[in-house]
Design a protein around this ligand. Structure first.
Ligand SMILES: CCCCCNS(=O)(=O)c1cc(S(N)(=O)=O)ccc1C(=O)O
Ligand SMILES: [Zn+2]
Length: 260
């Protein structure tokens, strides 16, 4: 048959409506099914150490707000766990919903959280720049932390107070002396799996480390996230909400879990 078959067989769990990058086999986010995760006794605890003086600014990039760090030194790093090298903190950002029943990118047994924090790190032992690491195997390590509604998070309030200054797309405000360690849960148990960025270019360069326990934050703090805008000053007001990607097929990946 001269005509190439246009209907190549798709893996059973790959839906045609998934926003798959061409030929992507390890896309993020995913639903983590705890019963199918593999307890790996060789997974050591993560070693996380951040220097608040590396914190530089907050930037509304029209997709989320990024808190950016000075990655020219070796003071804010993560290592251990599934990571072969030490990775430097570049930025952290969040994903959240317009309503409390959606917002996180990863889910746990289909349980959705109202928001998810991503701390983006790059492998400074193997690559010279962040931009190089984005496009490289083992280039990035992103720590994901779920946020659930409850008590106000005192550490987060300093960040929330700065958000009105970055209401519009492309606005930036100086932001210093913030220690992201205050947003890491006290329980360091995690799941880990090989994945991708969840925003373009969705490169498959990320080792994901998803903390098992959520942190709590308050309704007013989530409302402050939702009062940011996707749009620049002077354009139609579009609230920055629902900035999460649809779940992607697991395909032939295994999610490993710690037994701490
Ligand atoms: C040069 C293009 C950079 C794209 C990736 N940048 S990033 O900091 O890794 C990032 C990661 C992620 S994610 N959700 O961690 O994959 C989301 C947004 C961004 C961003 O830059 O907006
Ligand atoms: Zn993210």
């Amino acid at each position: 048959n001269l005509l190439a078959c246009s209907q190549t067989a798709k893996p059973a769990n790959q839906q045609s409506w998934q926003t798959q990058i061409q030929g992507g086999s390890r896309q993020s986010p995913i639903d983590i099914r705890s019963s199918e995760s593999v307890h790996d006794p060789q997974l050591t605890p993560l070693s996380i150490s951040y220097d608040p003086s590396d914190c530089l600014q907050i930037w509304n990039n029209g997709y989320s707000f990024l808190v950016e760090f000075d990655d020219s030194k070796d003071n804010s790093v993560v290592s251990g766990g599934p990571l072969e090298n030490h990775y430097k903190l570049k930025q952290f950002h969040f994903h959240w919903g317009a309503e409390n029943n959606r917002g996180s990118e990863h889910t746990i047994n289909s349980l959705v959280y109202p928001a998810e924090l991503h701390l983006v790190h790059w492998n400074a032992e193997k690559f010279r720049t962040f931009d190089e690491a984005i496009f490289s195997e083992n280039g990035l390590a992103v720590i994901g932390v779920f946020l659930k509604l409850g008590r106000k998070h005192d550490g987060l309030q300093k960040l929330v107070n700065a958000l009105p200054a970055v209401k519009y797309k492309d606005s930036t405000v100086e932001f210093s002396n913030f220690n992201p360690s205050c947003m890491i849960p006290s329980c360091l148990d995690y799941w880990t799996y090989p994945g991708s960025l969840t925003t373009p270019p969705q490169t498959e360069s990320v080792t994901w480390v998803i903390m098992k326990k959520p942190i709590e934050f308050g309704d007013d703090q989530l409302s402050a996230f939702r009062s940011l805008l996707f749009t620049p000053f002077g354009e139609k007001l579009e609230n920055m909400v629902d900035n999460f990607r649809q779940q992607q097929p697991l395909m032939n990946r295994v999610v490993r879990a710690t037994i701490l």
